[in-house]
Ligand binder design. Structure first.
Ligand code: NAD
Ligand code: DAU
Length: 384
């Protein structure tokens, strides 16, 4: 049911992992909220992730590309949109190494098309209150050594992968449109997310779905790379805090206060799955190939594989600004977040089965089979 007092917002990439969680949360928490999703439904986009929300008319789904400037202009004008929350991106580091072009096209050119349309409508045609929120990543800051201080909003940019470089470029465009034209923007740079609806090319859903299928759990290098993990709903809460109380032109880092080595994380995930499946006859029957279903341990599937080229050693977020200025802190612990994530993947077999269809499995199998040949020489890390 629509409520004319709550203006509709445009969410780009709302059929992807974080975008879908954001849309679901927004519509659930405010009965008057309305959302227009613009999503190109790439391999990573799934309309099913939000399809159940379309029935009451509060979610308007547009299957289209953010690079289509005319389409974006039309949406802003016709739907009187004054807020954009911009998630749409090519988001996987490994794919950016295999094929960087799509990352420049969507992340740089696409973001610029959105900024141009917002400037035209919000500054030239119908000036007034507006907000462009750009969802970015901590990867723009590069890589930390073990004893380095965490990334703050003033850490110099030093992106290392084509993905990170394309996100850095988009951050700079957003900043320039604020500084030069007066477009009211905010940017959040967030650490690694995990939770429901994540595409299983990323570490947590990949190893989770692999262990349930009895397949090997590929760990890049020696598994000592560190990431700062945040439950996706906490990220969405952080973005809401910025939309409600963030100052135009301000950048906010969002993190999980939760640094984990990859190998420790995967072992922990194995323990959670071992615990869920052992002694549960119904789950054991559904996942007969999972070692835990026959009383073995999932960590027996761990396999060390050739490292990712240029693999960033460590990410960590200093979230002082968003905590002090907006009062935001994550509410989920790693234990509760992981438990919710495992339970969601166990309960949503249909979603997983649709994702893990032939084309996905083919891509993953080829990716790991080719790893050794594709990346024979690990390049030196870029000096900072
Ligand atoms: P995702 O890959 O799961 O989803 C991306 C979505 O964007 C998909 O629905 C896809 O169809 C859509 N999309 C791609 N190209 C498009 C285009 N040209 N036009 C319209 N839609 C297009 O990504 P995610 O993990 O949900 O990440 C969302 C955003 O958050 C990205 O900007 C990413 O850089 C950022 N981010 C992600 C993480 C993380 O851990 N996943 C952390 C920090 C920041
Ligand atoms: O830090 C935020 C970023 O986090 C986001 O901007 C990106 O969109 C998101 O993909 C994520 O990037 P990472 O490269 O850190 O995430 P990924 O899940 O691909 O990998 C996490 C860590 O696990 C990383 O050190 C690489 C390692 N890894 C990953 C995969 C897919 C493995 O060891 N094995 C794997 O099979």
């Amino acid at each position: 049911m629509s409520n004319s007092r709550t203006p509709e917002i445009l969410v780009t990439g709302g059929a992807g992992f974080i975008g879908a969680n954001f849309v679901r949360r927004r519509l659930a928490s405010d009965p008057g909220a309305r959302v227009c999703v613009l999503d190109a439904l790439t391999y990573a986009g799934n309309r099913e992730s939000v399809a159940d929300l379309e029935s009451d008319g509060r979610l308007h789904f547009v299957h289209g590309d953010i690079r289509d400037g005319e389409l974006v202009l039309g949406l802003l004008r016709e739907r009187s949109i004054r807020t954009i929350v911009h998630f749409a991106a090519e988001s996987h580091v490994d794919r950016s190494i295999l094929g960087p072009d799509a990352f420049v096209d969507t992340n740089v050119v696409g973001t610029h098309e959105l900024l141009k349309a917002a400037r035209t409508v919000w500054l030239d045609e119908a000036p007034g209150t507006h907000r462009f929120h750009h969802v970015s990543t901590d990867e723009v800051y590069g890589s930390l050594e073990p004893d380095d201080p965490a990334f703050s909003e003033t850490t110099p940019y030093a992106p290392n992968s084509p993905y990170a470089a394309s996100k850095a470029a988009s951050d700079h465009l957003v900043r320039a449109y604020q500084h030069t034209f007066g477009l009211e923007t905010t940017t959040s740079n967030c650490s690694n997310n995990y939770g429901p609806f994540q595409f299983p090319e990323k570490l947590i859903p990949l190893v989770l779905m692999n262990m349930l299928a009895g397949k090997s759990l590929p760990i890049y290098g020696d598994g000592s790379n560190v990431r700062d993990w945040l439950f996706v709903e906490d990220h969405c809460r952080g973005i809401e805090a910025i939309l409600e109380r963030g100052a135009p032109g301000r950048v906010y880092n969002i993190g999980g206060l939760n640094e984990q080595r990859n190998i420790d994380l995967v072992r922990l995930l194995c323990e959670v799955v071992d615990g869920r499946l052992s002694g549960d006859a119904e789950l054991a029957e559904r996942f007969p190939d999972c070692p835990a279903s026959r009383g073995d341990r999932c960590d027996s599937l761990i396999t060390f594989v050739k490292d990712r080229p240029g693999h960033d050693r460590r990410y960590a977020i200093d979230a002082t600004r968003i905590e002090n200025e907006l009062g935001f802190r994550p509410v989920e612990t790693f234990e509760t977040g992981l438990a919710k994530t495992v339970d969601w993947y166990l309960a949503n077999g249909e979603w997983c089965a649709r994702i893990a269809d032939g084309s996905y499995r083919e891509w993953i199998d080829r990716q790991y089979a080719e790893r050794t040949e594709t990346f024979p020489n690990q390049p030196k890390r870029v000096a900072r």
